[in-house]
Design a protein around this ligand. Structure first.
Ligand SMILES: [Zn+2]
Length: 237
């Protein structure tokens, strides 16, 4: 908070929540806190921030903090938790692509902290979500996959028909079964940790077959490591 710079990848909604928690005090009321948030948010000079668009988010966040419906504790998120019930639903999906995508949607929605919504501005942002999910498809096939999840009730869309606003059902009622600490290869993290017989390369995140031995890297990274250690040996002898 001291540096006056918002990390590039932090969504504005999440930024508002963090700022509201940071300045929350019993000596203020919701309206005063909203005023402070607006002032502070302007000071940060965020890209794409227009106050009127976030007025409702700011007001509801401040009210939530005072009513107690939003957790007041200020905590830096070290990880995004995924819960048991969520994994159960994902595991029941018919294809790996659907599983990877749903897992990624849950992670992003929880990170955005906006009641299950994942709001994207352009179709490029949507491709970014698929990339994060390690699902490589043409845009037609991507829409097909979204439609499959939609007709089975796993996702819903915003009022606009552009598929850019996606909502998922978050369920944090059970135990945390996985912690996402790294927002890369999120889809592969699902396969590597929940699909029997697979794990992830410790270096590049690629999914590899779990052959039961202590293999930790994919073939490419294993070779790279070997070359590196040889080079190191030559450099030091
Ligand atoms: Zn690798």
């Amino acid at each position: 908070m001291a540096s006056k710079k918002k990390p590039d990848d932090l969504p504005i909604g999440y930024f508002i929540t963090l700022t509201a928690k940071y300045y929350f005090s019993d000596e203020l009321n919701a309206e005063q806190l909203s005023g402070i948030i607006k002032e502070k948010t302007l000071e940060f000079d965020l890209d794409n921030y227009q106050e009127y668009k976030y007025h409702n988010k700011i007001t509801s966040t401040c009210e939530g903090l005072f009513i107690g419906s939003i957790d007041r504790r200020f905590k830096e998120r070290e990880y995004i938790p995924i819960y048991d019930n969520e994994i159960k639903i994902i595991s029941a999906l018919p294809t790996d692509r659907q599983k990877k995508l749903m897992f990624t949607f849950l992670a992003v929605a929880r990170y955005m902290d906006c009641d299950g919504w994942i709001n994207k501005k352009t179709s490029k942002d949507i491709s970014e979500l698929f990339r994060l999910a390690n699902v490589n498809l043409t845009s037609d096939k991507r829409n097909e996959l979204l439609h499959e999840l939609y007709i089975n009730g796993h996702i819903s869309f915003g009022k606009k028909v552009d598929n850019l606003n996606i909502r998922v059902k978050l369920d944090d009622s059970g135990d945390v079964v996985y912690k996402i600490t790294n927002f890369e290869n999120v889809g592969n993290q699902y396969i590597g940790n929940f699909k029997r017989g697979y794990k992830q390369c410790k270096m590049c995140g690629k999914v590899i077959k779990n052959t039961g031995n202590k293999k930790m890297y994919c073939n490419k990274c294993a070779l790279d490591n070997e070359l590196k250690s040889k080079k190191k040996w030559w450099d030091t002898h």
